[in-house]
Design a protein around this ligand. Structure first.
Ligand code: HEM
Ligand code: HEM
Length: 461
């Protein structure tokens, strides 16, 4: 059994070595000839793209969820992920065909050695099951924080990869790239977090004693403050500078109102109103190209629909909560909410279950649309003589794929590892199939069971 463990460790360390000493990198030039820049992307680079999207877009996020649920599949899956990404790194460095200027994708790839090495080292340390009462609990926490950063790191690096492949965001385009990619990713994150909150975070929201809009409003307000002071560069105020700054002011003023109105667990429509106003501003944003104006309009309408859907959800769909009668233990307080009087099998509950995905899905779709609406992208579409319909078509499909992945991962979380056992024995805290929608708060959190389930699969202890 000990040799089994050693052989696994050996494999892990070999992968680590392969990552730390990448093969000699290909050269980067300060300038590219027309021929180098327009050469076709070769097979090696294509493979690089496929492998890295598979690993960082699907495998690592799945493995992360299995880590959170302490599934025995966590370590095998993440080990495969590391081996594949190492291969992907080598492919990225050894491609021929089209050549590229040095850029942020290559730099970020080097930066990512840090979280890769860290997670690998921490993972191996956790598997050793030493210092169980002193260091290990801290290592679990650190491993958890870095692990949850992986999807964000992967998203960023995949985006940088797409930008590298297209040669976007250089020179004067940088500002616009930042605005669109950060805001677009922000909307996607907002939609994703909303979905997580709806499906598995309900108990957490209740324990926090705050309504979901209280959190929304804070984020909107802080984001607004940042936008108010960062959207204007140079000495001349351009129309765009003004528009963006005014949106920033709208967010922090509205966010402030949202915080006040959502205190004491009250739900409020203010964040939705802000989303609608932002969508309206965007749909009216005049652009240089006709197609660009149309794309912004569709983006604006999508955002406005997301806001309207959220209002409907807050006002008519979400069940009314009453505080629990008597606080009982640490996991409940005066602010803990109960769903007394709510019938899960009623037609309105079923309607609620169907409707609740609409706001979050539309936010994801709006974010993707915004990311696809940079001047460079639209000039490309324009030059290719595509109309806005052809350009748009893939975006809802991307949104469908993304949202399917998110919902599948949330489901996986509730049905794998220790949550699978809990669901089978009726101990599940959140997301038992019969009570997905606002499950009651557990009386206490202490009966979750031992945390070190990974590795207890009998072959290495
Ligand atoms: C081969 C490398 C890895 C090994 C050996 C490993 C090992 C482990 C172990 C043993 C645990 C359970 C900790 C406990 O006892 O409670 C764990 C949890 C976890 N792992 Fe990994 N892991 C590896 C890679 C990764 C990667 C790449 C990610 C990120 C995508 C990740 C994300 C997580 C998360 C999020 C948790 C839950 C931590 C928490 O609940 O706070 N792991 N891992
Ligand atoms: C997310 C995980 C990824 C990692 C860790 C990664 C890593 C790398 C590395 C190390 C290189 C070599 C950079 C250099 O030579 O300086 C590279 C090159 C490249 N990658 Fe990625 N990559 C990832 C995903 C992607 C994706 C999703 C795409 C495209 C959609 C992509 C497109 C490219 C392109 C076009 C190059 C060539 C750029 C050049 O030669 O500098 N990568 N990548």
């Amino acid at each position: 059994m000990a040799t089994h463990k050693l052989s696994r460790m050996y494999i892990l360390f070999s992968v680590l070595l392969a990552l730390v000493f990448p093969v000699a990198a290909h050269e980067h030039h300060d300038e590219l000839t027309e021929e180098q820049a327009n050469a076709p992307i070769d097979m090696i680079l294509r493979l690089h793209i496929i492998v890295q999207i598979a690993v960082w877009g699907f495998l690592f996020p799945t493995g992360m969820v299995l880590g959170l649920s302490r599934s025995r599949w966590h370590v095998p899956l993440q080990s495969v992920g590391f081996a594949l990404t190492a291969a992907g790194y080598i492919l990225g460095h050894s491609h021929g065909g089209r050549a590229f200027l040095a850029g942020v994708h290559g730099t970020m790839a080097n930066v990512m050695f840090v979280p890769i090495a860290l997670q690998l080292t921490l993972g191996v340390y956790l598997k050793l099951h030493i210092h169980e009462r002193s260091l290990r609990p801290w290592a679990v926490r650190l491993h958890g924080v870095v692990g949850k950063a992986y999807p964000v790191l992967g998203w960023t690096q995949m985006l940088f990869g797409a930008i590298a492949a297209r040669g976007y965001c250089r020179g004067g385009h940088l500002g616009q790239c930042l605005a669109h990619y950060i805001m677009g990713s922000g909307f996607i994150a907002y939609g994703t977090i909303m979905a997580i909150m709806l499906l598995v975070g309900e108990a957490w929201v209740r324990r926090s004693g705050r309504s979901p809009e209280w959190w929304d409003s804070w984020v909107i307000m802080l984001w607004g403050i940042v936008n108010t002071f960062t959207e204007h560069r140079g000495s001349v105020w351009s129309v765009k500078d003004m528009q963006h700054t005014i949106l920033g002011v709208l967010w922090w003023t509205g966010g402030g109102l949202g915080i006040v109105l959502s205190r004491n667990n009250q739900r409020t429509v203010v964040p939705s109103l802000i989303i609608i106003l932002t969508g309206w501003a965007m749909s009216d944003h005049a652009q240089a190209l006709m197609i660009s104006t149309k794309v912004h309009a569709v983006f604006g309408y999508t955002l406005m629909s997301a806001g309207v859907a959220r209002i409907v959800e807050v006002c008519f769909i979400a069940p009314k909560f009453a505080p629990l009668d008597a606080p009982d233990g640490d996991s409940q307080s005066d602010h803990t909410l109960t769903d007394i009087g709510k019938d899960d099998s009623s037609p309105s509950a079923a309607a609620g279950r169907a409707f609740r995905h609409l706001p979050s899905f539309l936010l994801v779709a709006a974010g993707l649309l915004f990311m696809a609406a940079t001047d460079e992208e639209l000039e490309f579409v324009h030059d290719e003589e595509m109309d806005h319909f052809t350009h748009f078509h893939p975006i809802p499909s991307l949104a469908f794929i993304f949202y399917t992945l998110v919902v599948s991962l949330i489901n996986l979380y509730s049905n794998s590892g220790r949550n699978a056992t809990a669901a089978a024995t009726g101990d599940a805290i959140e997301m038992v199939p019969a009570a997905k929608w606002y499950a009651p708060v557990p009386a206490a959190e202490t009966d979750v069971g031992p945390v070190h389930i990974i590795g207890d699969d009998g072959d290495d202890d």
